[in-house]
Every structure is written in C-alpha cells, then in structure tokens.
Design a protein around this ligand. Structure first.
Ligand SMILES: Cc1cc2nc3c(=O)[nH]c(=O)nc-3n(C[C@H](O)[C@H](O)[C@H](O)COP(=O)(O)OP(=O)(O)OC[C@H]3O[C@@H](n4cnc5c(N)ncnc54)[C@H](O)[C@@H]3O)c2cc1C
Length: 408
C-alpha cells in the first residue's frame, strides 16, 4: 500500500486526534495512524480533569529530598523499583535539575501559556462534536488533612497565585457544603471554581475522531516503524501496512515518541510515568466534582459510568506488565475514604503518561528538520492541553504554507 498526503499524524491519543481534526477543519488533507484503535493509550483512562490552574511543574524546589522515599516503597504515591533505577537515573537527574527556582519559574510561565483557555476550548469542542454533556463545570476540590499538610504544598499554591489563578481556602463546614460525603479527616480544602471535568474522556475522543472522519480525514491502523526525511520531497513513514509519503509528519505518539525520534537525531528526555485507575461500576459516585485527596495524590472523578479513582506514579518503562499492587493501593485508599464502596465491582487500568523532566510539553516544528512537527510530552496534563496543542500545530502548519492561521 502506498499513500500520499499533506500531513500524517502518528498517534491517535487525545493529542493526535485533536490535531488531526483541527488540520482537517483547516483544509489540510490528513492521515491519522495508530497501531491500535484510537484512544486506547494514556488518553483512555485518565481522570478527566481539565486543570489550567496546574502551572506548578512536578519538579518543585526540594523535590530531591522526596526521591529516596519513592525508592523501593511499593505503597508510596511515587514508586521507583530499584531494578529500574539505572534506566531512570538520567531522567531523574534532569528532573532534579528542573526543580531549581529559576527553572521552575520558567516552566510555570510556559505551562500557563500552554494551558491558556483550556476550559473554554474544551467546551467549544465538546459542543462542536455533539457531546456538550461530557463537560462538568463544578470546579475542583483539593482536600488536606490539616493546615500543616497544606503548608507543605504552599510553594505550588503561591506559584498559582502569582499567575493570577483564583482559589478559595475552605474549612471543614464549607467542604461539606460542597461535598456532603467528603471523607472524615480532611479539615482543610482548596476550591478552584474555574476548573472543569470531562465525564468520559474516551467517549469524547471517539466523538472528535468521528468528526475527523466525517470531515474527510483518513485513519490507518498500523505500527509506524520509522520516519525518513526525503529532503525537499517530504517524508516517508515505514509502517506495518506499507509506506506512506507525506509533506508533514506530526509525532503525537505519547510515551512511545522517543523511539520514533531518536533515529532522526532528536533525543527527547521523555519517560513514562505509569498511572493507574480503578473504575467502580456503581453509577452513584460519592463525589459530585473532581476531588483530590492530596495526601495520596489521588483524584476522585464522578464519571458518566461511575466513580473513577486515578493516580500513582510508577517508573517501570513501557514494556513491563501492569503491577496489580499499584491498583490495589488505589482501591484501598478509595474504600478508606468512602466505606460504601466496599463490595462494589470495579475494573483497573494502567496508562503511560509521557513526561518531560520540567513538565513542559514539546509543541511545534523541528528547527533542524522542516516538515517534522512534535506534539509530545504532555505528562499529567495531556487532556487539559490537547485542544490548545492542536490549535498551535495547525496555526504553525498554515504559517509554514504561507497562509495566515485564520485561513485568509
Ligand atoms: C492515571 C492517569 C490519570 C490522568 N489524569 C489526567 C487528567 O485528569 N487530566 C489531564 O489533563 N491529563 C491526565 N492524564 C494525562 C493524559 O492522559 C496524557 O497526558 C495524555 O493522554 C497523553 O496523550 P497522548 O495522545 O500524547 O498519548 P496517548 O494517549 O498514549 O496516545 C499515543 C498513541 O500513540 C500510539 N502509538 C505509539 N507509538 C506508535 C507507533 N510506532 N505507531 C503507531 N501508533 C503509535 C499509541 O498506540 C497511542 O494510541 C492522566 C494520565 C494517567 C495515566
């Protein structure tokens, strides 16, 4: 099979699907390629939080002190098994380096730019693809056991404040006004009224994908083995179903992108942070909005089909099988917080967050290799940033064609 197109997007996660749809809308003939069904990577089971307020990178000053506690402690919210340490070391070194105050300030500025208008962009897209009901606008509630615990996170809340993000500190009684079933033991809360939640990230992605196909886009299910630069005649993708010729390639292959880019001389410090979810099949979730138990770094989301409990970070690479113990930890946390979940059926899932050491995704055209576009490394916030990323890539591609982004 030989295909020709103006643009090939590699990876049909939320980033690739949003880009492919945006390109087709702008009149760019686009082929979207994935080795699996669209949306079955990290984008399938995330916590659905649209969190433009998350301008604080993961590597905050003082993070070095927390690294030893992740090592070998299988119950820790961040888990790095000893056997994976040699593989993770170069990334961890960059992660610690990214926690310098000056680097944190820079990352926060960039993250604020990338997250800009995330809630309104998702609202508009959800309407456009016929799924407005998937967006829940009830804010996010972060719960802390006490002021001492809140104080431990003060650097990231100060950073948000400096970026103009508004939030309210709540005492227990106001927490209960918002969430009557809020677990006991959480005396202090921070409420971010302007954040939103996607109540079914997979159904949303499927709706965008359908619009892409209806708009004339093409999907090919194939493994992309390599990318070849043919100079002025464009690019060639070697895939499991044949070659694809194209003028532009967008690499949006999530945590797998590093392997596709390395042979081209692009060395991205991209590491998978494996996250898990437990999806209870009760359709009467005990929370009515995204609730974060900050001491466990765990998100509770009222999804369309029941409560989803998501979180944990595990460093173990792309190939190791999911570790059932990580999901068991989430089940335990959930049942401790909401005893009514005892005996409820649930499913578990693991996905690969594509993480850069400074938490800042790489979005745009390669400086060295024209026609190669990167939309990679969205880490813990790829759902939040998907629509904004798509607009940035589409604007850039139109500019490279000599058009202004609004198509004039
Ligand atoms: C537990 C958990 C909770 C999360 N919660 C949130 C949240 O609440 N809010 C938020 O904003 N973000 C959240 N995230 C992060 C978010 O899910 C990711 O940042 C986002 O899904 C990344 O999207 P992506 O399209 O880059 O990657 P993916 O969804 O992983 O898609 C990459 C695609 O590329 C394909 N691919 C890879 N290599 C090849 C190849 N060689 N050939 C063909 N296809 C290929 C894969 O099959 C896959 O479909 C969470 C993540 C996890 C794991």
């Amino acid at each position: 099979m030989e295909q020709r197109g103006e643009c090939a997007v590699v990876g049909a996660g939320i980033i690739g699907v949003c880009i492919a749809y945006e390109l087709v809308k702008r009149g760019i003939h686009t082929v979207l390629i994935d080795k699996d069904e669209p949306g079955k990577g990290a984008s399938y089971g995330n916590s659905g939080a649209i969190s433009p307020a998350s301008v604080a990178p993961l590597a905050m000053p003082g993070v070095l002190a927390s690294v030893p506690s992740m090592l070998g402690h299988p119950d820790s919210p961040l888990f790095l098994p000893w056997r994976y340490l040699p593989r993770a070391l170069p990334w961890l070194a960059r992660f610690v380096w990214a926690s310098r105050p000056s680097a944190v300030e820079k990352s926060a500025v960039r993250l604020a730019e990338v997250h800009q208008h995330a809630v309104s962009l998702h609202e508009a897209l959800a309407r456009e693809v016929g799924a407005p009901e998937v967006i829940l606008k009830r804010g996010h509630l972060h719960l802390y056991p006490n002021d001492r615990a809140l104080n431990g996170d003060r650097a990231s809340w100060h950073l948000r404040e400096r970026h103009g993000i508004s939030f309210t500190r709540l005492e227990r009684s106001s927490i209960l006004d918002l969430e009557p079933h809020a677990p006991e033991g959480y005396r202090v809360g921070i409420y971010l009224e302007d954040q939103a939640t996607l109540r079914n990230p997979f159904r949303y992605l499927q709706a965008i994908f359908r619009k892409f196909i209806d708009g004339g886009g093409q999907f090919i299910q194939a493994n992309v083995r390599s990318l070849k630069n043919n100079g002025s005649s464009g690019w060639m993708l070697d895939t499991s179903v044949g070659a694809i010729d194209t003028q532009n390639i967008v690499v949006a292959a999530g945590a797998w992108s590093r392997h596709l880019l390395r042979p081209l001389g692009i060395q991205l410090p991209l590491e998978t942070q494996r996250g898990y979810h437990v999806q209870f099949r009760n359709n009467n979730p005990p929370v009515s909005r995204t609730v974060v138990l900050t001491d466990h770094k765990t998100f509770f989301t009222p999804m369309e089909d029941g409560l989803r409990v998501g979180g944990t970070v595990e460093f173990a690479g792309l190939k190791a099988a999911p570790n059932p113990h990580r999901a068991d930890i989430l089940v335990r946390i959930a049942k401790n917080a909401f005893p009514e979940l005892e005996g409820q059926p649930y499913d578990t899932w693991m996905g690969h967050r594509p993480c850069m050491p400074d938490s800042v995704p790489v979005i745009g055209q390669s400086e060295k290799l024209p026609g190669l576009w990167l939309a990679v490394g969205h880490g813990h916030l790829g759902l939040t940033d998907s629509v904004g990323t798509a607009i940035t890539i589409a604007d850039g591609m139109l500019r490279a064609r000599g058009q202004t982004p609004d198509g004039v």
